[in-house]
Ligand binder design. Sequence first.
Ligand SMILES: [Zn+2]
Length: 169
Amino acid sequence: MSKSDIPVPERFLSEAYLTVIEQAESAQSCVFSVASLQMMQDIAAQGYPDEICGLLIGKADAQGWQVSEVRQVTNINEERAADRFQLDPSGYQAIDSELRGSGQEIIGVFHSHPDCPAKPSPTDLTNAWEGFVYPIVSVCQGQVAEVHCWVLTDDVQFGGKFQKLPHHT
Ligand SMILES: [Zn+2]
């Protein structure tokens, strides 16, 4: 599927959406293990048409984020809007305690945008934490259309935005 096939809902063209994104790419990057990138896309496609979410496990340093594993966590948001998701806190806590002492940690949160571009919404920005990486998987008609990773810019407390982060395996 080419990028032009991704439907762009009207709200994605609104001022609120356009202001969440800083166009420049970050100098850091997000490196996925081959298996973790594949699994993240499989989880997103299998969850379609629902919006799914999950956690990225790995390590973060000055160069960026290295993802070794992904885990699906229940989306407890009853709404199926493409711009809302809420991680089940007990799922988060279980994984967090399991990782203690392992040298690995939770480094980010991924979610899917069913039939919407892989661009963060104003809600995604509001809920984002500094230091975490936020991949968004666009799933159109059940097929993964694109994946983009986002991080908060440093000046988030001054009305910061999401910046696109290059990603590769
Ligand atoms: Zn979103």
